[in-house]
Design a protein around this ligand. Structure first.
Ligand code: NAP
Length: 255
């Protein structure tokens, strides 16, 4: 009897994951569902992918609820609407994972200002907007976990990725500033910096680049989206309450 009561006692908490239709975002959404969170699944252009993520979340944990929200996370009106849709369905947003991101790689001399702006917009402005509008709810509730997906490229730079590296380094500054502004209200903000993870973002890279990358990874293999989801799961939990403004590299020891 006691066992049954414990099993049914799920603390209702909600996590919103951006860019959760595939890759790392999908793995994070599924992991947080497994952890017992209701999950808001943001997607941009592909509803089918998002529905597949939703199905995987329910498979991982039949007790949780999900909500699909379509929108461009770099657009202020879309962000406001998505937050409204989320709060109409759930009492709060306890965990925000800013995962959505794009690349537009090129050497600096060939990189267009348009490609520079597009990457900064999708990767960095999006984190600012989501943090601003979801952060308001967290401030009222005096609880929150914000996890931003940066990159090792934001810590070390990468030839051919000046725009991407700048956006991911910017996320580190944004994360640390958020941590300072929100710490007194029970909210933490941390970043995860993935190394080379096998997703659609990296499958387009040439074999030569992959070989170069592999030579820098002492673990001897590329990472999987679940490796990132494991780290996010901890930072999204109550156990991480005294960890704030940090950047956790998940990169197989990449040098
Ligand atoms: P991915 O497979 O390309 O997935 C990225 C997701 O973000 C897609 O679902 C995409 O949806 C969504 N997205 C992009 N712009 C968006 C916007 N403006 N609004 C809403 N959604 C948007 O990439 P991934 O490898 O899983 O990467 C996930 C995150 O990890 C990114 O921030 C990436 O920079 C970071 N990361 C990845 C690696 C790696 O090795 N894979 C390493 C370091 C960091 P649409 O296609 O519909 O726009």
């Amino acid at each position: 009897m006691e066992e049954t009561i414990k099993k049914n006692e799920r603390i209702e908490r909600t996590a919103l994951v951006t860019g959760a239709g595939r890759g790392i975002g999908r793995a994070i959404a599924v992991r947080l569902a497994k952890d017992g969170f209701d999950v808001v699944i943001n997607y941009h252009s592909n509803q089918q992918e998002a529905e597949a993520t939703e199905a995987l979340c329910h498979e991982a944990n039949p007790d949780i609820k999900t909500l699909l929200v379509q929108g461009d996370v770099s657009d202020e009106a879309d962000v406001q609407r998505m937050v409204e849709e989320s709060t109409a369905a759930f009492p709060a947003i306890d965990v925000l994972v800013n995962n959505a991101g794009i690349t537009r790689d090129n050497l600096m001399l060939r990189m267009t200002p348009e490609d520079f702006d597009a990457v900064l917009r999708s990767n960095l402005r999006s984190c600012f907007l989501m943090t601003k509008f979801v952060g308001r709810l967290m401030l009222k509730k005096r609880y929150g976990r914000i996890v931003n997906i940066s990159s090792v490229v934001g810590l070390h730079g990468n030839a051919g990725q000046a725009n991407y590296a700048a956006s991911k380094a910017g996320i580190v500054g944004l994360t640390k500033s958020t941590a300072l502004e929100y710490a007194s209200r029970g909210i933490t903000a941390n970043a995860v910096a993935p190394g080379f993870i096998e997703t659609r973002m990296t499958e387009v890279l040439s074999e030569e680049i992959k070989k170069q990358m592999m030579s820098r990874i002492p673990a001897g293999h590329f990472g999987h989206p679940e490796d990132i989801a494991n780290a996010v799961s901890f930072l999204a939990s109550e156990q991480s309450s005294y960890i704030n403004g940090q950047v956790l590299s998940v990169d197989g020891g990449m040098q």
